[in-house]
Ligand binder design. Structure first.
Ligand code: ADP
Ligand code: MG
Length: 252
C-alpha cells in the first residue's frame, strides 16, 4: 500500500440544518491521483473543500470529525490556515486567472509568501510554467494580460499559479469541464505528470477521465461514500450495486 498523505475520519458536514456529508472515512494516498465521482449534488465539491478548509469561508457550516494531513488534524486550533492552503492548493472548475499579467499571476503566491528577489521570482515563474506545460506557448509574452490566453491556457496558468508555492497536495474541482477536448487531454497528461511530485484529488463528471487518469476512485452518493478503491477495481469490479449502476450510466 502507498503512503497515506491525507485521511478523513468520520467527517460530517452540515450547511445550516442540512447535512451534506455523512461519516466519510477515506485515505488519500501520496503521489497518487484520487478521483471523486458521483451525481451532481452528492457532496464532491463539499468534500474537496474540507481538505483545505475552504468551507470555513461559507457561513453556517458545521464540521465534525477529522481531516488529517501527515497525521495532523487540519481543524486543530493551532493550525495556520494560510500555511495549510499553501500546502494544499486548489484549482477550480472555471479558469480564474487574476486580472494581471501571466507573470504576475504565477508570482502572486510566492510574493505573498515573502519571495521578493526578482531573479528568484523569475526562476519560480519559469519552473511553474514549465511544469504546467505552458512555458513554450507564453515565454515571449509573460507581461501580456492573462485574459488574452485561451480557456485551456488559462486553466494551465491557474495550475502554474497553484504549484508556484510548491504545495504538497493539489485539489482540482472539475478542472476540465469548461474546456475543449484537446485542452482536456493536455490537462489530463499534466495531472499524470504532476502526480510524480504531488498528491492529487480531482472531482470529475467524466467517467472516462476518472478511469484514464486516476489511481483510486471514490464514489459518492447523497453525501455518503459508497465505495472507495483502486480505479480499476471500481470500474471493472464494483462491490456495491449503486456504484455499478452509476458507472454503467443508469443514473446521474
Ligand atoms: P457536488 O459537487 O457533488 O455537485 P456539492 O458539494 O456542491 O455537490 O453539494 C452537496 C450538497 O450541499 C447539495 O445538496 C448542495 O445543494 C449543498 N450545498 C453546496 N454548497 C452549499 C452552500 N454554500 N450552502 C448551502 N448548501 C450547499
Ligand atoms: Mg461540485
Amino acid at each position: 500500500m502507498p503512503e497515506v498523505k491525507m485521511e478523513t475520519k468520520n467527517l460530517n458536514l452540515w450547511y445550516g440544518e442540512k447535512q451534506a456529508l455523512y461519516d466519510i472515512t477515506m485515505p488519500i494516498y501520496k503521489n497518487k491521483i484520487t478521483a471523486l465521482i458521483g451525481p451532481s449534488g452528492c457532496g464532491k465539491s463539499t468534500f474537496l473543500r474540507c481538505l483545505n478548509r475552504l468551507n470555513d469561508l461559507i457561513e453556517n457550516v458545521r464540521i465534525e470529525g477529522e481531516v488529517l494531513l501527515d497525521g495532523k488534524n487540519i481543524y486543530d486550533e493551532d493550525v495556520d490556515v494560510y500555511e495549510l492552503r499553501k500546502r494544499v492548493g486548489m484549482v477550480f472548475q472555471k479558469p480564474n486567472p487574476f486580472a494581471m499579467s501571466i507573470y504576475d499571476n504565477v508570482a502572486f503566491g510566492p510574493r505573498i509568501h515573502g519571495v521578493k528577489d526578482k531573479k528568484e521570482l523569475d526562476k519560480i515563474v519559469k519552473w511553474a510554467l514549465k511544469k504546467a506545460a505552458l512555458w513554450d506557448e507564453v515565454k515571449d509574452e509573460l507581461h501580456k494580460n492573462a485574459f488574452a490566453l485561451s480557456g485551456g491556457q488559462q486553466q494551465r496558468l491557474c495550475i502554474a499559479r497553484a504549484i508556484a508555492v510548491k504545495p504538497e497536495v493539489l485539489l482540482m474541482d472539475e478542472p476540465t469541464s469548461a474546456l475543449d477536448p484537446i485542452s482536456t487531454l493536455k490537462i489530463e497528461e499534466l495531472m499524470v505528470e504532476l502526480a510524480k511530485d504531488y498528491t492529487i484529488v480531482v472531482v470529475t463528471h467524466n467517467m472516462q477521465q476518472a478511469s484514464r487518469v486516476s489511481d483510486y476512485t471514490a464514489f459518492f452518493l447523497m453525501g455518503k461514500l459508497i465505495e472507495f478503491g483502486e480505479t480499476e477495481q471500481i470500474f471493472l469490479n464494483p462491490q456495491k450495486k449503486e456504484t455499478d449502476d452509476y458507472i454503467r450510466g443508469r443514473f446521474g
